[in-house]
Design a protein around this ligand. Structure first.
Ligand code: NDP
Length: 246
């Protein structure tokens, strides 16, 4: 499908992007800013967030903000404090892109370590649960709230050796569906994106022998990210959509 969005589709919106320092999250933050949004860049590596901040400023888009946070160790209180900061600074929140994830270790099921399991489930599942709970009162006040989760092909078709990562993406799709159903009578729309194989550090780690030039770039898959974050998708709820359908 060819997703069309107006050049100013996100004008005056405030959008939080997790894992905004690199890969798909970095590109989504820049693309949302290019369409008029004030983006809040959340991530764990401040230098990367600052580089994205500088890039957005240099392009003349609305001034972004940075929230340095390691989602591995962040507590419920951290997310509540973050929400207070967003409320104090911007007075609103219109969208969240849950993008940050860890791949963990690809290995046979019986060799999956408990530490890796806990870390991947913490970052990929529990962190977005806590964050979403914290921002809920704020995003419900938006006239057009949007929450986008990030899944994967292995989030609906389990595959050998994808272990905790696949389990975490099934859980992500479950969270998205539960929330979408609960919020269906509100102005908030909740969906997920399966990016498909995309040229990033995570993909290179999962497929070290692959030629990255054969893959779509994060910029190539942005039309769906823009569509689901913008007003055009008001009738779409509870879906996991492939950014690169076969
Ligand atoms: P990258 O590894 O390139 O980027 C992930 C981002 O998440 C990085 O900015 C990283 O920060 C951040 N992050 C990781 N752990 C934490 C943490 N503990 N706290 C805060 N931020 C954290 O991944 P992609 O861009 O490839 O992936 C983006 C999303 O798309 C993920 O949810 C992934 O599962 C999904 N996906 C990607 C596919 C692909 O082919 N690329 C295919 C299917 C799904 P830092 O830069 O500091 O490491």
């Amino acid at each position: 499908m060819n997703y069309q969005t107006a050049a100013d589709s996100l004008k005056d919106r405030v959008i939080l992007v997790t894992g905004a320092g690199d890969g798909i999250g970095r590109q989504a933050a820049i693309s949302y800013a290019a369409h008029g949004a004030t983006v809040i860049l959340l991530g764990r590596t401040v230098a990367k967030l600052e580089a994205v901040y500088d890039e957005i400023e240099a392009l003349g888009y609305p001034q972004p903000a940075i929230i340095p946070l390691d989602m591995k160790g962040a507590s419920k209180q951290n997310y509540l404090d973050m929400t207070d900061t967003i409320h104090d600074q911007f007075g609103r929140l219109d969208g969240v892109l849950h993008n940050a994830s860890l791949l963990g270790v690809l290995s046979p099921f019986d060799q999956l370590g408990e530490d890796t399991y806990d870390e991947v489930m913490q970052v990929n599942v529990k962190a977005q649960f806590l964050l979403t709970q914290a921002i809920m009162p704020l995003i419900k006040k938006s006239e057009d709230g949007r929450i986008i989760f990030t899944s994967s092909t292995v989030g609906h078709d389990g595959r050998a050796f994808w272990g905790t990562y696949a389990i975490s993406k099934f859980a992500t799709e479950g969270m998205m569906q539960v929330l979408a159903d609960e919020l269906s009578e509100t102005q908030v729309r909740v969906n997920a994106i399966n990016p498909g194989g995309t040229r990033t550090g995570m993909r290179a780690k999962a497929y070290p022998g692959e030629d990255p030039k054969t893959l779509k770039t994060p910029a190539d898959i942005m039309p769906l990210y823009l569509y689901l974050m913008g007003p055009e998708s008001k009738d779409v709820n509870g879906q996991c959509i492939d950014a690169q359908p076969k």
